[in-house]
Design a protein around this ligand. Structure first.
Ligand SMILES: Cc1ncc(C[n+]2csc(CCOP(=O)(O)OP(=O)(O)O)c2C)c(N)n1
Ligand code: SF4
Ligand SMILES: [Mg+2]
Length: 301
C-alpha cells in the first residue's frame, strides 16, 4: 500500500529557506528522504547543488548530521561512517550517501562499485539533475541524448548511462528508480530501504529549472511529463524481483504514454534538436518501456 501525501510525517528536517535556485526539485525530494529516515541518519555529501542547498557552517538548512566529503569518495566515506556506527553499537542510525549524477555516474562510480561489492551497510541515493549543475551545466554520463549543455552545444550524442542496471549487476538487494516530484514514491522507497541492510541504491530524477531551461513554476509538471513519456520510470527491484510503482504502474495499465516530442518541446535545453534525434530517442524509449512492462508482468506472476 502506498503512502498518501497527507499521511507523510509532519516533522521537517529540511528547514524553510535554502540557497538552491527557485523551483529546484531537490528540496522536495530531500524533505521526503529525511522524513522516511525520521532524521535518524548521517549523510555523506560531495560537492554539488546539494552542498549549496545544505548551506555553509555555522548555518544550515538541513537539521541532520552531514559530512562534506571529497568528490570521488562519497561511498568510501559512507562505508567508514557505517563501520564507525557498527563499532560503537549505533544500529539506529542510517548512513545516507547522497550525490549528484556527476558525482555518481562518473566521478564517484569506483567508490560506489567497491562499496556495493563489499555489501556496505549504506543507502546510496543519486539525485539526477542530468548534468554537472553546480559548476554551470556541463554534460555528465547521465545527461540524456539530445540535451544541450555548456560542453554539448549541439546536443549530447549518447544515451544516459543506466545507473540502476549497473547497480543491479552488482547484485545489491534493493535498487529503485524514483522522481523528486513524487514525494510519496520517494518516501516509500527510502522507508523500505531503511528496513533492509547491505548496500541499497536509489536513483532520483531531479528536475532542474536552471539547467533544463524551464520556468520554476513548472518543475512538478516537467517531472511528471518525464514519467509520462517513459523517460523516467518509477520502479523497484527487491532481491531480483522487479515492480513498477505509482504513476509508471498506472501508465503500464492504461497504455497512455506521452511522446518524447512533448517532453523535449517543454524545455530550452532541447531547443533545435533534430527531428531524427527525437525519432531515435522515441524508438529507444519504446523498446526500453516494453522491456520494463514485460519484466513487471513476468515478476508479478
Ligand atoms: C575532484 C573534484 N573535481 C571537480 C570538482 C568541481 N565540482 C564541484 S561540484 C561539481 C558538479 C557536480 O555535479 P553533480 O554531481 O551532477 O551534482 P550537481 O552539481 O549537478 O548537483 C564539480 C564538477 C570538485 N569539487 N572536485
Ligand atoms: S542548478 Fe538546478 S539542481 Fe542546482 S540548485 Fe539550481 S535548480 Fe537545483
Ligand atoms: Mg548533476
Amino acid at each position: 500500500m502506498s503512502t498518501r501525501i497527507t499521511d507523510l510525517p509532519s516533522t521537517e528536517f529540511v528547514l524553510p529557506g535554502n540557497r538552491a535556485c527557485a523551483g529546484c526539485s531537490l528540496g522536495i525530494g530531500l524533505r521526503a528522504i529525511t522524513k522516511a529516515l525520521d532524521g535518524k541518519m548521517v549523510m555523506a555529501v560531495p560537492a554539488s547543488c546539494l552542498t549549496v542547498l545544505g548551506g555553509m557552517y555555522p548555518t544550515s538548512s538541513v537539521a541532520v548530521p552531514w559530512v562534506n566529503v571529497a568528490f570521488p569518495s562519497t561511498a568510501a566515506a559512507a562505508s567508514g561512517l557505517a563501520a564507525g556506527l557498527r563499532a560503537t553499537g549505533r544500529d539506529d542510525i542510517t548512513v545516507l550517501a547522497m550525490a549528484g549524477d556527476g558525482g555518481t555516474a562518473d566521478i564517484g562510480i569506483q567508490a560506489l562499485s567497491g562499496a556495493a561489492e563489499r555489501g556496505e551497510d549504506i543507502i546510496y541515493l543519486c539525485y539526477d539533475n542530468e548534468a554537472y549543475m553546480n559548476t554551470g551545466t556541463q554534460r555528465s554520463g547521465a545527461t540524456p541524448q539530445g540535451a544541450r549543455t555548456t560542453t554539448t552545444w549541439t546536443g549530447k550524442g549518447e544515451h544516459a548511462k543506466d545507473m540502476c542496471r549497473i547497480m543491479e549487476a552488482h547484485g545489491v538487494g534493493y535498487v529503485a528508480s524514483t522522481s523528486a516530484v513524487f514525494p510519496t514514491d520517494v518516501y516509500d522507497k527510502v522507508a523500505k530501504a531503511r528496513g533492509l541492510s547491505g548496500t541499497r541504491y536509489i536513483h532520483m530524477n531531479t528536475p532542474c529549472p536552471s539547467g533544463w531551461s524551464f520556468e520554476p513554476k513548472d518543475t512538478v509538471a516537467i517531472g511528471k511529463l518525464a514519467v509520462d513519456a517513459g523517460l523516467v520510470v518509477l520502479y523497484e527491484v527487491e532481491d531480483g524481483r522487479f515492480r513498477l510503482t505509482g504513476r509508471s504502474a498506472s501508465l503500464a495499465k492504461s497504455g497512455r504514454r506521452k511522446t518524447i516530442a512533448e517532453y523535449v518541446a517543454a524545455q530550452g535545453r532541447f531547443r533545435g534538436i533534430a527531428d531524427e534525434t527525437v525519432a531515435v530517442v522515441q524508438r529507444w524509449l519504446d523498446e526500453r518501456w516494453a522491456g520494463f512492462v514485460s519484466r513487471h508482468e513476468a515478476d508479478a506472476e
